[in-house]
Design a protein. Structure first.
Length: 608
């Protein structure tokens, strides 16, 4: 029963807060934090082995189909649970300070609990049907949190955009689940499903069978493309920054967007059956990583820079999955980077929230400056996050990034080039952000009057900073828990290459943005994100709108007017004409009767 509390606690918290406790901010915050703390404590119990998985509950059992609600505990879920609940707890604590002046703070914590329940449900799912249920709940909670400030049109539009774009990917994911069940005869995870699918690849029609397996893998990948914002379904993530900054840290940096990567790791034994599936995953990840890094170099909103950085790092994780050789249970390299990235990216987003809080909700980095003296704790942790993200030696990001580059070195020279250039771009745009936002002189009254955030916001930053430093080292045990052996020292060439591109990126940013008078360098194509949003608006949406107008015309005028209202009008008109002869006059009826008889006689005589 204790194990089930990992799900029950956040669900009960959400029901209590939204059901009645929302009248008290203190109780709402306390209940939500307590629920997250319970889930984190149980996650530690799972990780250490002191708490075991409970018996699953049978939900549906039909001939040829079985689904259950259960808790799957293995190395993959143990680590992911620690990431989700640990980062979630830090975000809850940070939100106490960040949201204390907001009138809807109780509603905010209630929605955070809904998200925690949904995200934990994805991690512990024993089968794809259970995962899909929580997958959709995560989409709902994301919609609610992005649109938390619903009175702002931009926030409401961003929430709808995120919800609709994710539905596109989720439709493919649902079809992939159906294909998975058709081929494997089960919706459960594991090597048994892969063996069942391999047994269906016969010799009579091998092309058709392997095509079905490839289609299954690509449809499942559609779910990842939506949740993890891969190109071309990436457009919702930057706009999602309209939500409160703690939401950006929790959902759009460390947990929700990582759900797609986690799902791919969970079904990797099936994906790896088809080489074509892995190749598509590889190059979608590589293109996303490179394109997002390019766009980030020309963004001026501190949260949007970090958002595109998240897109780029998610591309790294997906790329690592595509590079992984078949035959392993899951891509440990991708999960390693997912874990380290969760710590330093959550810290960066919370650090950005501390900056935004200090400068009275200003987000344009060109209206900041000189903050390193005024915000020493925020600057110190943010600087550490920048170094970790760019792969500075000795920090956690260095170890996980080196694993991916080494994997690319052994698998694909083309991908190694793309990944290395992306690493250089990452060093450039993050150093640009650091220099413009924290150095130089204050370029606005808000920056001039900035002050350090309260302790309740600083403490989570410090804890995440400690994890940022030490999470990559073997004594922490992340790689060991994944069953992986570090390979970052396997190639001196990769080491020198990564250090070289990182240093080059730093130097270019320093040369371009050094001194007191920073000048923005504007590139229209990159600043406008390759015009993908405009393309969707002017091409896809207009085509859809034109199709909708045409269908509306057919519905209203051809079906509605001609076939429905037109038929009714004809009957009504005929009735009106016939009503004219129903005058109620006996003489009139006699006249028509006689006229009819005369006409009948005339017709008969005419025939003779």
């Amino acid at each position: 029963m204790i194990a089930w509390l990992i799900l029950i606690a956040p669900l009960l918290s959400a029901l209590l807060i939204l059901g009645g406790l929302h009248r008290s901010k203190i109780f709402s915050q306390g209940v939500s934090i307590a629920a997250c703390l319970i889930s984190f404590a149980i996650s530690i119990g799972f990780f250490t082995g002191s708490i075991g998985a409970p018996e699953s509950l049978i939900w549906i059992e039909l001939p040829g189909f079985k689904s259950e609600i259960g808790i799957l505990i293995d190395p993959l879920s143990k680590l992911m649970l620690l990431v989700v609940t640990g980062v979630g707890l830090m975000v809850h604590l940070f939100s106490v300070g960040y949201m204390h002046e907001d009138e809807g703070v109780s509603r905010f914590f209630g929605k955070l609990s809904i998200f925690m329940f949904s995200m934990i449900g994805i991690v512990v799912s024993t089968n794809l049907v259970q995962m899909f249920i929580f997958w959709e709940l995560v989409g709902l909670s994301s919609y609610l949190l992005i649109g938390f400030w619903f009175q702002k049109p931009s926030a409401a539009d961003a929430a709808k955009k995120a919800f609709l774009v994710n539905r596109v990917g989720d439709f493919g994911f649902l079809l992939g689940i159906i294909f998975y069940w058709t081929l494997a005869g089960t919706v459960f995870f594991g090597a048994e499903a892969a063996l069942a699918i391999k047994s269906h690849i016969g010799v009579e029609i091998p092309y058709l069978n392997i095509t079905m397996v490839t289609a299954t893998g690509l449809l499942l990948f559609c779910g990842c493309m939506g949740k993890s914002a891969m190109i071309p379904l990436h457009v919702w993530l930057p706009d999602a920054m309209e939500g409160p900054t703690p939401v950006s840290a929790l959902i759009h940096a460390a947990t929700m967007v990582a759900a797609g990567v986690y799902m791919l790791c969970r079904v990797f034994v099936v994906l790896s059956i088809s080489a074509q599936t892995l190749e598509v995953i590889l190059y979608v990840g590589a293109v996303t990583a490179f394109a997002a890094a390019l766009i980030a170099t020309q963004q001026n909103d501190i949260k949007r820079i970090l958002a595109f950085s998240t897109l780029s790092q998610l591309g790294y994780m997906v790329m690592a999955i595509g590079l992984t050789s078949p035959g392993v249970e899951f891509p440990s390299t991708s999960m390693f980077h997912l874990t380290t990235h969760a710590f330093f990216k959550a810290m960066l987003f919370l650090g950005a929230g501390s900056v935004i809080h200090a400068v009275h909700h200003e987000q344009d980095i060109w209206k900041m400056g000189g903050l390193w003296k005024k915000l020493p704790w925020t600057f110190g942790t943010f600087f550490l996050g920048v170094l970790a993200l760019t792969g500075f030696p000795g920090l956690s990001g260095f170890f996980s990034k080196e694993e991916i580059l080494t994997l690319a070195y052994h698998r694909s020279g083309t991908v190694l080039v793309i990944a290395s250039i992306t690493a250089g771009l990452t060093a450039f745009y993050m150093m640009r952000l650091l220099i413009v936002a924290f150095f130089g002189v204050a370029r606005s009254p808000q920056a001039a009057n900035a002050h350090e955030s309260p302790k309740v916001m600083i403490i989570p930053l410090v804890i995440l900073a400690i994890l940022t430093v030490f999470a990559g080292y073997p004594f922490i045990g992340i790689q060991e828990s994944l069953g992986a052996v570090g390979t970052h020292e396997a190639s001196h060439f990769v080491l020198y290459l990564s250090l070289g591109v990182m240093t080059f990126g730093y130097l270019i940013a320093i040369l371009l943005y050094r001194g007191q008078g920073f000048e923005p360098i504007y590139t229209r194509v990159l600043a406008n994100k390759f015009y993908v949003d405009e393309f969707y608006d002017r091409v896809l949406l207009r085509v859809q709108q034109g199709f909708a107008i045409g269908m509306d015309f057919i519905d209203q005028w051809i079906i509605g007017f001609v076939f429905v209202r037109g038929t009714s009008l004809l009957v009504n008109l005929t009735g009106e004409v016939l009503r004219l002869v129903q005058s109620g006059s006996l003489q009139g009826y006699a006249f028509f009767f006689c006229a009819g008889v005369v006409g009948l006689v005339y017709w008969m005589l005419k025939g003779f």
